[in-house]
Design a protein around this ligand. Structure first.
Ligand code: NAP
Length: 294
């Protein structure tokens, strides 16, 4: 299908919460005839004025769209909502943008494809106001032909969307991996901010002086990733035995200042256990063994 033809195809959005509303708006802005449905009536807001058609029930909503987008809470809800429209799903593409675990998403994918529809899962990596931005990321997984067919439409949601796997459970894991890295980083930074505050140093002032050092941390990730993938953790420099005294200093400094030491204490325990396990000369990447344990 040409881009021009795709830009005219019909889209249905089921679920008009904060995210669903933004998604429907992006499809309307992109020129797609858009039908919407929401459990609680009256949530279409400005969408009707922008040209959206409200369907009276899910079956009619599904029947109106070649691309059926679902954005609700919980993947059990996704399947329950689509069940009355099961006979109408054949030949359509369902794009599920509802967060969940990989197993929950795969269960929905199996059910949808059993109804004769193609399935895509999308893991949205932005908040609702970021929908439609050129630099917003959505990780997709599922049917490659469906992704290719709807590529131009999907670009309306975020300029940096990409298909990461044919398995619809994989984008969920990508999202969790990004969020897990984010929370670990933010926890470390907020502990650091509390430590600095105990000395009267504002976090912004710290970043003015040390921002480049903090940003440079991300440049370590490719070499850490390579070590993890190869299971090779030899460290010519910066071995675990060099980390231990520094993290012990951080624990003692935190305690002395009345700053919670649980987070650096956790790191200290991981490093000490790896050293006791015989890995004193290994890189920090060796700690993946701890996280990989059942
Ligand atoms: N908001 C964000 O910034 C953001 C960012 C990334 C991902 N997401 C994901 O996007 C999805 C939607 O989130 P949201 O922020 O739009 O949530 P929300 O504002 O709380 O809206 C929830 C939507 O789900 C519907 N819903 C919930 N339970 C339902 C049920 N049992 N049957 C039918 N409809 C039901 C609600 O319908 P009613 O109006 O009838 O209650 C509403 O349309 C979630 O998976 C969320 O994790 C959101």
């Amino acid at each position: 299908m040409t881009d021009a033809a795709e830009n005219t195809h019909t889209v249905t959005v089921i679920g008009l919460g904060e995210m669903g509303h933004a998604l429907a708006g992006a499809f309307l802005d992109g020129g797609h005839p858009t039908t919407v449905w929401n459990r609680t009536a009256g949530k279409a807001g400005d969408l009707a004025a922008r040209g959206a058609r409200s369907a009276p029930d899910v079956r009619e909503a599904v029947a109106a769209g070649r691309l059926v987008v679902v954005s609700v809470k919980g993947n059990d809800t996704v399947q329950r909502l689509l069940e009355p429209a099961a006979g109408t799903l054949g030949g359509r593409t369902v794009l599920n943008l509802t967060d969940g675990t990989s197993a929950e998403v795969r269960a929905v994918a199996d059910w949808v494809t059993a109804q004769g529809a193609e399935y895509l899962h999308g893991q949205i990596m932005t908040i609702a106001p970021g929908i439609g931005h050129a630099d917003s990321v959505v990780f997709y997984g599922g049917s490659e032909p469906a992704y290719d067919r709807h590529r131009t439409t999907l670009r309306l949601l975020g300029g940096r969307g990409r298909l990461v796997a044919a398995d619809p459970g994989v984008p969920v894991l990508y999202g969790m991996a990004v969020h897990g890295t984010m929370w670990g980083t933010l926890n470390g930074f907020l502990h650091a901010a509390a430590l600095l505050a105990s000395e009267g140093i504002e976090a912004e002032r710290f970043l003015d002086g040390a921002g480049a050092s903090v940003s440079a941390l991300l440049s370590f990730l490719p070499s850490i990733a390579a070590e993890v993938d190869r299971g090779e953790h030899a460290a010519p420099y910066g071995a675990l035995r060099h980390h231990l005294p520094s993290v012990e200093d951080l624990v003692r400094e935190s305690r002395a200042r009345g700053v919670d030491a649980e987070l650096p204490g956790f790191t200290r325990d991981l490093v000490a256990a790896a050293i006791e396990g015989g890995y004193a000369d290994d890189s920090y990447s060796r700690l993946v063994d701890h996280f990989g344990k059942p």
